[in-house]
Write a protein that binds this ligand. Structure first.
Ligand SMILES: CC(=O)N[C@@H](CCC[C@H](N)C(=O)O)C(=O)O
Length: 373
């Protein structure tokens, strides 16, 4: 089986959260091509649960991959570039899926004692598929006793993984703010309430939250990734929209940052005589790696595989896999893919050499865990 080719096929068809129809169809058709004796497949929305029946099951080991792409125009010029306008696998979920299929395929042919549950989860980039997937009857019936997942890491070389016990990824909240004032002629600003100026002022003020309100010994991020406002150069904008994300290391800090966002937006409403609406969108729980399993995984990979294990720092990235780790013990790790361009970049280009290496060492580890009494 050529999992690099599978990654390329998936790379051509990136789809946004809960619209992964072609991706689901591709994955299903691959799964259906495998021997079915031990394989049980159920779909949920655009996601898939695939269980491999163990030989002498005492527990279930879960392995999760995400499935969705991002709204980015691809800039790699690769021959297998995205065929979907303004959508790209710029966060490596194509690589994640091909590795999951590789590991799954290994165990279809070489089952272990325990059941293995592979979760193909939609909408990681938003609005979040992990939390609703956890609430399904299928998950209740097939619930794993432990779970693992990976995320590609452009900054680490192929042949390495990076991981730590405890907090790995931050708490996140999306942030959408709509401003509505009074538009008008560009030459008569005194008769209007200009929402472009209000939005610009608000973006600058939002930056003071991390600089002035968060304890310097704590960490937080407020990033505004998108501003929309106005229609043409000589009309004063009646509306503007700001879109961003908040990251914190604790739920308490998240609540504090949100309070400050609300206060600053209230100030904009008063100062610019406009109406504002805040929507905090979807929120993800922190990714917190269970200590004993993480340690055992690190030791196993160090001593039984040729992968280099790096103990890394926590990051302000978010992952809705955090919801799964809240209910099921397990861990997430970074997989080195050595790309000059980072995650969420139009030129992200993971080194595909990482795919077969990952399939091989993850299969070894799951074989060890799946036969462990
Ligand atoms: C690994 C990664 O890049 N994850 C995303 C998760 C996005 C969460 C949500 N849509 C938000 O923007 O808050 C990330 O941006 O860290």
């Amino acid at each position: 089986m050529n999992f690099v080719q599978i990654r390329r096929d998936l790379h051509r068809i990136p789809e946004l959260g809960f619209q992964e129809f072609k991706t689901q169809e591709y994955l299903l058709s691959y799964l259906q091509s495998l021997p079915q004796e031990r394989l049980q497949i159920k779909t949920w929305k655009t996601g898939i649960f695939a269980r491999i029946i163990g030989k002498n099951p005492r527990k279930t080991i879960g392995y999760r991959t995400d499935m969705d792409g991002l709204p980015i125009v691809e800039g790699t010029n690769l021959p297998f570039s995205s065929e979907h306008p303004e959508q790209m696998h710029a966060c490596g979920h194509d690589v994640h899926m091909s590795i999951a299929l590789g590991v799954l395929t290994h165990f279809v042919f070489h089952p272990v004692d325990d059941h293995l549950l592979f979760l193909f989860q939609p909408a990681e980039e938003g609005p979040g598929g992990a939390e609703p997937m956890l609430q399904t009857d299928i998950m209740r019936e097939w619930k794993p006793d432990m779970i693992l997942a990976l995320h590609i890491a452009p900054e680490y070389p192929v042949g390495s993984i990076a991981i730590k016990e405890g907090l790995l990824f931050a708490n996140t909240s999306e942030l959408f703010i709509d401003l509505k004032g009074k538009g008008g002629h560009a030459a008569y600003p005194h008769l209007t309430n200009d929402m472009v100026v209000a939005a610009c002022s608000l973006v600058i003020q939002l930056q003071t939250i991390v600089a002035r309100n968060v304890n310097p010994l704590d960490s937080a991020v407020v990033t505004i990734g998108k501003i929309n406002g106005g229609t043409v150069q000589n009309i004063i904008a009646e509306t503007a929209r700001i879109e961003g994300t908040i990251r914190t290391l604790s739920v308490e800090s998240m609540n504090e940052v949100k309070k400050r966002v609300e206060a600053l937006v209230k100030g904009i409403e008063i100062g610019f005589e406009c109406e504002a609406r805040i929507d905090f969108g979807s929120m993800y729980r922190q990714v917190f790696n269970e200590a004993a399993l993480t340690r055992e995984f690190m030791e196993y990979v160090r001593s039984h595989t040729d992968m280099n294990v790096i103990e890394c720092e926590k990051a302000m990235t978010g992952e809705d896999f955090g919801y799964m780790l809240e209910e099921i013990p397990g861990f997430m790790f970074w997989l080195g893919v050595d790309s000059k361009f980072g995650l969420h970049h139009a030129k992200l280009c993971p080194n595909e050499g990482a795919i077969d290496k990952a399939i091989s060492f993850i299969s070894k580890y799951i074989e060890f865990k799946g036969n462990q009494s």
